[in-house]
Write a new protein. Structure first.
Length: 307
């Protein structure tokens, strides 16, 4: 049924629905970037202890992942040192308070946590308001429009995603509605924004901020930290210590000689036999005994040369 379908779209749909939605999405993204820059201001310089706290955790993870590139004794020393430091809380920003406190710190009493919460709320605000306005605009003016046909086939599972707002059971999956075109632009204009505003821009969709919105990202992991929520580095260090202790080590250069010989089709036994045979031949080579007559003749020759 889908193969025999053929619909001709009015060119006015392209000029007054398809292109305007894309242009509005680009302009709103640029405006959102500048508003976010005005609200957040210059990024705050992190404290040295906070940087050391995060880098120490990263050091433990890299030691585990790159363990096979160092000798066994070097990995053993590093594992013992990092496990002891993580256990004692050496790299914590506030070792005494964070290690001994059993209750979660109140974010209202910490200025850094309060500032992080405010930054998260600002990002949520700049993401929610433009999306609500554009979705309301599209639903009011372009509800039920079919705007484009994709040039490649798709399975029927994409029908609900590409034909939002169009309740037709027999329409081909490759046709895209106006609301679905909005979502495709929302998640697909990242490269355009990177070309216009640079890599570190705030024009695209902030997935972290969307994950913190209730109902926006149903597949978000519940264990992930929300924006502004502090991380308990003491628990992270203890978990990293357990991972360090159970990490198995196998040096990559173990038996490298045998592997190198096998690479060049050289057997280990034949090579060892050849080297041992040459050493024995050198050791068993008979030494020539110098007779008395030859010594006298050599002395006479040297005397004649001196005369």
């Amino acid at each position: 049924m889908y193969e025999s379908q053929r619909m001709i779209l009015d060119p006015a749909i392209r000029d007054w629905v398809l292109i305007p939605i894309m242009i509005v999405m680009v302009l709103v993204g640029v405006l959102r970037h500048h508003i976010t820059m005005l609200l957040t201001g210059e990024p705050k310089i992190p404290q040295l202890k906070a940087i050391r706290e995060s880098k120490a955790l990263l050091r433990g993870m890299r030691t585990r992942t790159m363990a096979n590139h160092i000798p066994p004794y070097a990995f053993t020393v590093r594992k013992a040192y990092l496990a002891d430091a993580f256990e004692k809380g050496t790299y914590l920003k506030n070792p005494g308070t964070q290690k001994d406190s059993k209750n979660v710190a109140n974010p209202m009493t910490d200025p850094d946590m309060m500032e992080g919460m405010m930054e998260g709320m600002k990002k949520q605000l700049t993401n929610m308001v433009p999306q609500m306005i554009i979705m309301g605009w599209i639903n009011f003016f372009f509800q039920g429009f079919v705007v484009i046909k994709l040039p490649f086939p798709l399975t029927p599972r994409f029908k609900s995603m590409l034909q939002s707002g169009v309740d037709t059971r027999d329409m081909d999956v490759t046709w895209v509605s106006s609301l679905s075109w909005y979502f495709l632009n929302l998640f697909g204009l990242g490269s355009v924004f990177a070309l216009i505003l640079g890599d570190n821009n705030a024009a695209g969709v902030d997935m972290t901020a969307m994950g913190s919105m209730p109902g926006m990202m149903p597949g978000a992991m519940p264990g992930n930290a929300q924006p502004g929520q502090p991380q308990d580095f003491n628990k992270l260090f203890l978990a990293e210590k357990e991972n360090m202790l159970i990490t198995a080590h196998e040096w990559d250069l173990e038996g490298i000689e045998e592997r190198l010989l096998k690479k060049y089709n050289k057997t280990v036994k034949s090579t060892v036999k050849n080297t041992i045979g040459k050493e024995k031949a050198i050791q068993q080579e008979p030494k020539k005994d110098v007779s008395v007559k030859s010594r006298i003749k050599a002395a006479q020759k040297t005397g004649n040369r001196r005369r």
